[in-house]
Design a protein around this ligand. Structure first.
Ligand SMILES: [Cu+2]
Length: 343
């Protein structure tokens, strides 16, 4: 105890370059640090970074305690629309969900004060999820391209940790006819494309074009619109997913992390038709950050990693068999996302 406190003090006083060494010493895991700094694969990392798995942050433990029974809810979702196998006309897909099960007070809702709250994660194809808060009205997926698509949904807590009970996860496969044309997305094939497929950074400020067709432009452009939804500027189609086979659904991390939230970043996923080793299964979830050393998750639950350097990072998550071979299912079982850490 005394030694740890001394080292902490030493670390605090040490230079930035020595800090990485301190953190690995503190965790009695010297081999890991040596690997990380020696690995040529660590090149894309914006700065020296040694990630360490840590326990659930106290902030989240406190939130769980405050939620009481709600945290042990077993929410069950049903996808009311679109229907399995449906063919839809047009590039806007309306998603309607029905929430039931043993809710213990669980209810999706965004607190206007904090901007946080229980919500549903909605995943089109294998794109990053979108948050859906008010199930009272449909969630609009806009600029969906022509062809086959999947939507996956599951309930989440305010800190984005998913509920993992039976019935929480649902998936639907459907077709879009007359939707956006992925190959022509940059040329505004619908005539009202709010942003092209390379202009994701402009999305948040996409203006209403004067004289544009009101019915197409209104839901996407108006910041005051109450309809929740997402403009899919990155065209995609469904993978050849077999719903009876093992399926790993990437959920977190996603997007930008700032301030306090960068201290410990959560990896969280949904697992269907596959048991991990802790319950006697054959499967493992493998992750790597910035193309670095592969690590394994053998128990289905969130993990938290600390030690992130400021900048962009890639997080790769994949489902592998007991020999470490990737388990293929429509391309969904291996997913790499970029996140941004802002200190
Ligand atoms: Cu979330």
């Amino acid at each position: 105890m005394k030694l740890a406190r001394l080292m902490l003090l030493a670390c605090a006083l040490a230079s930035a370059s020595a800090l990485a060494g301190c953190s690995s010493d503190m965790n009695a895991n010297t081999g890991e640090s040596a690997n990380a700094s020696a690995s040529p694969g660590a090149a894309p990392s914006p700065a020296a970074q040694a990630l360490t798995e840590v326990e659930r942050p106290q902030k989240i433990k406190d939130m769980m305690a405050a939620r009481g029974e709600e945290d042990n809810a077993k929410p069950a979702l049903k996808i009311v629309e679109p229907k399995e196998g449906a063919t839809l006309s047009g590039s806007t897909v309306k998603l309607k969900l029905d929430l039931s099960g043993d809710l213990k007070g669980y209810k999706p809702h965004k607190d206007p004060a904090t901007g946080m709250g229980n919500h549903i994660h909605v995943i089109l194809d294998n794109q990053p999820y979108e948050a859906y808060y008010d199930l009272g009205q449909p969630f609009e997926l806009r600029d969906v391209t022509t062809g086959a698509h999947t939507i996956r949904v599951f309930p989440s807590r305010p800190w984005h940790e998913s509920y993992k009970n039976d019935g929480a996860f649902q998936m639907v496969t459907f077709n879009v006819r007359g939707g956006g044309d992925a190959s022509k997305a940059t040329t505004a094939s619908t005539g009202e494309k709010m942003a092209d497929n390379t202009g994701a950074v402009n999305k948040a400020i996409s203006p209403v074009k004067p004289g544009s067709n009101a019915t197409a432009a209104t839901p996407a452009a108006s910041p005051a619109a109450t309809t929740e939804g997402k403009d899919y500027t990155q065209p995609s189609n469904a993978g050849q997913v077999d719903r009876s086979k093992p399926l790993l659904t990437y959920s977190r991390p996603k997007g930008e992390y700032k301030g306090d939230d960068t201290n410990a970043i959560m990896i969280d996923f949904w697992l269907s038709n596959a048991k991990l080793q802790d319950v006697g299964g054959d499967y493992r979830v493998r992750y790597s950050v910035d193309g670095g050393e592969a690590k394994y998750i053998d128990k289905w639950g969130p993990i938290w990693l600390t030690g992130w350097a400021a900048g962009k990072h890639t997080v790769k998550l994949e489902l592998v068999d007991k020999d470490g071979n990737p388990v293929e299912n429509g391309g969904y079982n291996t997913t790499t996302r970029e996140i941004t850490v802002t200190k």
